[in-house]
Design a protein around this ligand. Structure first.
Ligand code: GLA
Length: 382
C-alpha cells in the first residue's frame, strides 16, 4: 500500500483515506449466499484508497497496478470492461452511496494501491470496495457502521460488478480483527469475532490458475442452490434458506432432485454443520479437530460441490500429509484459486513447502506462490 501514490498522480494530498484487508475463507464454502454460517479472517495485506474532491464533475480513478486509468462523469456512472474493469469496484460503491440517498455530488480524484496480490484468492475486490466505502464515508461525513459498509460492498458486487456473491468477503473485511476469526450468520446478518488460539499459522498456496468461466461457474452454483431450495420448499414450506435444511432431509427428499442438485444441497447443509463444529472446537482449543474439519470441508467441495480442480486437490492432499499441518482446504469460490493451510509454528522452518513446490512444478509446469499471512485489523478510514 503506497501512501505517496495519490500525490504522485494528482499533485496534491488526499482529503480522505480508507484501507481494507483481504480475507481468508476459513470454513463455510458457498454457505454464505445460502443463508448459512461462514468463518473467515482478515489478513495483514490489503488495499488503500486515497480520495479528494475535484471541481471537474468527474471521477478520476488511477490504480498503481492497472495500465489504464478511468474518467467517469459523476451523473452517468456505468460498468467498465476490459482494461478498465478494475474500476468497477470503486464505481459500484459510489453507485451504492447514491442509491442509498447518500449523494456523491462532487467530482473525486481516486487513487488505489494494494499489497494484496490480485487473484491470490484473498478477495482483493472486496478489500477495494471496503477501502473505497471507508474513504467516501469519511470524506462526505456519512456515519456508517461496519455492517452497513459490508452491505454496501456486497451490493456493489451483486448489482454493479454482477457477481451474486454472499456476505463473506465484504463482511470479513469490515469486521476483521487482529488474531481473530469473523463468524457470520448470513441469514440474520449477525457478525461475531472469535479469538484464534495462539501457536497457529496460516499459509496461502496460490495455484495462479483461474478458470476461464469462473464467474459463470459461480453463478451456475448459485442457481443450482436456488433451485434446490425452491424444490425443497415444496415439501418443507417453513424453510427460509437452503442452509436451514437438515442434511437428513436432503437425503429424505433426494429423489425430487437430480444427482447434481442433490450433491450441491448436501454440501451446503453439511458444510453449515461443519462451521458450527469448528466454532465449538475452537472454543475448546481443539485445533486438531478444527484441522480435520477443514480437510473434510475440502473433500465435500471436491466431491459434492465440485468446485475444486486437480491443482487444488494436489496441494491439499500433499499438505495434509506434511508435518506441522493441521488442515488444508480450498479457500474462496474455487474452480482454481488458492489453498489455505493451517499449521503449527514450526511449519515455516521445515523444507516441506519447497519440496511441495518442486513436486507441483513437475506435475503442472508452473509454480504456486506461497504467502504466510497474519490475521490483521478490519477496514477503516485513516
Ligand atoms: C467467493 C464469494 C463469497 C463466497 C465464496 C465461497 O469468495 O465472493 O461470497 O460465496 O466464494 O464460499
Amino acid at each position: 500500500m503506497d501512501a505517496d501514490y495519490f500525490s504522485s498522480v494528482f499533485g496534491s494530498a488526499p482529503d480522505a483515506t480508507g484501507v481494507a484487508p483481504g480475507r481468508i475463507e476459513f470454513i463455510g464454502n458457498h454457505t454464505d449466499y445460502n443463508g448459512g454460517l461462514v468463518m473467515g479472517a482478515s489478513v495483514n495485506l490489503g488495499v488503500r484508497v486515497d480520495i479528494a474532491r475535484n471541481n471537474e464533475g468527474v471521477f478520476k480513478l488511477h490504480s498503481k497496478d492497472a495500465s489504464e486509468s478511468v474518467v467517469e462523469k459523476i451523473d452517468s456512472i456505468s460498468r467498465k470492461d476490459g482494461k478498465q474493469s478494475w474500476a468497477n469496484y470503486a464505481l459500484g460503491v459510489i453507485d451504492q452511496f447514491n442509491k442509498a440517498d447518500m449523494k456523491i455530488n462532487s467530482g473525486l480524484n481516486i487513487a488505489v494501491t494494494s499489497d494484496l496480490p490480485a487473484g491470490a484468492g484473498m478477495s482483493s475486490s472486496a478489500a477495494f470496495e471496503l477501502a473505497t466505502a471507508c474513504a467516501v464515508a469519511k470524506l462526505f461525513n456519512y456515519n456508517l457502521d461496519r455492517k452497513e459498509l459490508a452491505k454496501i460492498g456486497r451490493r456493489a458486487e451483486n448489482e454493479f460488478v454482477g457477481l451474486p456473491c454472499g456476505l463473506l468477503d465484504q463482511g470479513v473485511s469490515a469486521f476483521g480483527d487482529v488474531n481473530h476469526l469473523v463468524k457470520i450468520d448470513c441469514f440474520t446478518e449477525t457478525f461475531n469475532t472469535v479469538p484464534m488460539p495462539s501457536g497457529v499459522q496460516f499459509w496461502i498456496f496460490n495455484t495462479q490458475k483461474k478458470h476461464a468461466l469462473l464467474d459463470s461457474l459461480y453463478s451456475t452454483r448459485f442457481n443450482e442452490c436456488k433451485f434446490a431450495f425452491e424444490t425443497l420448499k415444496t415439501v418443507l414450506p417453513d424453510i427460509q434458506c437452503l442452509a436451514q435444511v437438515h442434511p437428513d432431509d436432503i437425503v429424505k427428499y433426494g429423489s425430487l432432485m437430480s444427482a447434481d442438485i442433490f450433491a450441491r444441497a448436501l454440501h451446503v447443509t453439511e458444510e453449515n454443520d461443519r462451521v458450527r463444529s469448528v466454532a465449538n472446537s475452537l472454543a475448546c482449543n481443539d485445533i486438531s479437530e478444527v484441522g480435520r474439519l477443514l480437510s473434510a470441508s475440502h473433500q465435500s467441495s471436491r466431491r459434492l460441490f465440485m468446485n475444486s480442480c486437480e491443482e487444488l486437490d494436489f496441494l491439499v492432499e500433499r499438505l495434509n500429509n506434511m508435518e506441522g499441518v493441521y488442515g488444508a482446504r480450498l479457500t474462496g469460490g474455487g474452480f482454481g484459486g488458492a489453498v489455505m493451510a493451517m499449521t503449527n509454528e514450526t511449519f515455516g522452518s521445515t523444507s516441506g513447502s519447497e519440496k511441495l513446490v518442486v513436486r507441483y512444478e513437475n506435475r503442472f509446469r508452473n509454480k504456486p506462490t506461497i504467502i504466510q499471512v497474519k490475521l490483521g485489523p478490519g477496514a477503516r478510514a485513516l
